[in-house]
Design a protein around this ligand. Structure first.
Ligand code: CS2
Length: 473
């Protein structure tokens, strides 16, 4: 019987004929489409008995939907010439992130050897990212977590999960329980688009733990290995049309399929003291020095994304492919890449081939990657993706204009959103709103939201101000 003949069936282990599942050895925080297109896919391909238990950030619905399908979902690899469907079985449990009791139970087991994170740049709640990251202890959510953890750390299994909101806070609670249960070492693997994301995870976790219990922080320092990664796979949000197409193609009424591009990359550096899945079987690469790869990806892919996310809408475009089809935007992207490429000189990076691959990936006509999705959290993304290129250009004696265009585009786009009432999704939304409200003189104030030091640099402010207003169609 062909899929088209029948009404789509519910997707469950029984209907899909999926047998016994692997035991949970990997816990993930930040259950979203990217995790399911990336780390879960690598784990599936490794096919070596590592099951994943994944926790959402805040929304219980995503976990409920997956639980109703026994954790199963369809991964659609959407190439320019067609879709390829794969049933992913590595995700064996899906939970609401506030379910600290379940998380504690899992982490107390020595079988759990790896914790992966996709909690977004904002989720680390840092005052400063980069080489020497620092937890923002003044962030009220961090402060509230610290207070709740201090009160409960002696009996971590009784802490009310709905009162601990940061991923780091939740991990501190469950690591306290792991320590009490005599659980051994494990690896925490950040899979977020931050420079030195291993250091970012360490700063968030230890910064929180130190404020809660020094002994626990010492134990975490000795026991947890922080692994840095550069992750890559373009994963747009799933639409109703996608769900219908999956049902028609597979015969299953999958309520939670994931659409992604065929390309994927995962580069990792660090130790896994309690083992890991054989992700290299799926093409993951383990390196000594992550930084050159991380920069190549953050600057070239994500930097171009962020430029297009703001310049695109200013010129009437809604998706990456549309923005790149505009020769003016494409020219700005190439100029930004030229600037970045001057500082990506480590042998083996093959920047020309990487750029060509990006042009092709961005132009994939069947992936509708919405610029509004990328435009979230711009104040943090610019700091990671564009400003390092600007600083490198200035240090080399150039004006760095091409690397400031994403910043100017962001300012103009934020101002336009405030004018037309489109909400600003950014942890600094209040500061952006206040700064943009200062009229024509607001460039320095807006720049200060992204980088306070740079905002005191008169040349930088003047260069951004000169670009503002020049980017519309
Ligand atoms: C994008 C990334 O939304 C964004 O900020 O730049 O999610 C991007 O699609 C991924 O990093 C691709 O690997």
């Amino acid at each position: 019987m062909s899929a088209a003949d029948a009404r789509p069936r519910p997707l469950t282990a029984a209907t899909a004929g999926v047998g016994p599942r692997p035991p949970v050895r990997l816990v993930h925080l930040g259950l979203g489409a990217f995790h399911r297109a990336h780390q879960a896919w690598y784990t599936e391909q490794a096919a070596d008995e590592w099951g994943i238990a994944a926790f959402t950030g805040r929304s219980p619905e995503a976990a409920e939907q997956l639980t109703s399908q026994d954790g199963l979902y369809t991964l659609v690899e959407r190439a320019a010439d067609g879709d390829r469907h794969q049933l992913i079985t590595a995700l064996v449990e899906a939970h609401d992130g506030a379910d600290l009791r379940t998380l504690t139970g899992l982490l107390a087991s020595p079988d759990v050897a790896v914790v992966t994170l996709t909690i977004t740049e904002a989720g680390y709640r840092l005052a400063r990212a980069g080489d020497d990251p620092l937890l923002n202890a003044e962030d009220p959510v961090v402060a509230a977590d610290v207070a709740a953890l201090r009160a409960g750390v002696a009996r971590p299994e009784e802490i009310d999960g709905s009162r601990v909101l940061t991923a780091a806070g939740r991990l501190v609670a469950v690591l306290a329980a792991r320590r009490a249960a005599g659980g051994g070492p494990l690896a925490v693997v950040s899979c977020d688009n931050l420079p030195a994301n291993d250091a970012a995870a360490r700063a968030a976790l230890l910064g929180t733990a130190r404020r809660v219990d020094e002994d626990l922080a010492d134990w975490i320092e000795r026991t947890v290995a922080f692994v840095g990664t550069s992750i890559d796979r373009i994963t747009p949000r799933t639409t109703d049309a996608d769900r219908e197409a999956v049902a028609a193609a597979t015969g299953f009424a999958d309520v939670s399929p994931v659409i992604t591009e065929p390309f994927s990359s995962w580069i990792l550096a660090g130790d896994f003291p309690a083992g890991r899945p054989a992700w290299e079987r799926a093409g993951a690469v383990f390196v000594e020095d992550l930084e050159p790869f991380e920069r190549r990806k953050l600057w070239l892919l994500n930097g171009a994304h962020t430029l297009m996310a703001y310049a695109g809408p200013l010129r009437g475009h809604a998706t990456v492919a549309q923005a790149l089809a505009d020769p003016t935007v494409a020219g700005w992207v190439e100029e930004f890449w030229d600037a970045a490429a001057r500082h990506l000189t480590t042998p083996g990076l093959d920047v020309p081939a990487y750029r060509q691959a990006l042009r092709d990936r961005f132009a994939n006509p069947r992936i509708a990657h919405h610029l509004a999705q990328i435009g979230n959290d711009g104040s943090l993304k610019l700091a990671a993706r564009a400003l390092p290129v600007y600083r490198a250009e200035r240090d080399a004696g150039r004006d760095g204009t091409a690397a400031l265009r994403p910043v100017a585009a962001w300012m103009d786009r934020m101002t336009a959103q405030l004018a037309d009432g489109t909400p600003i999704t950014d942890p600094a939304a209040d500061r952006i709103t206040a700064a943009a409200g200062t009229g024509g003189e607001d460039t320095a104030a807006l720049l200060a939201v992204v980088d306070a030091t740079l905002a005191r640099d008169a040349d930088a402010v003047a260069a951004v101000a000169a670009l503002r207003g020049t980017l519309t169609a």
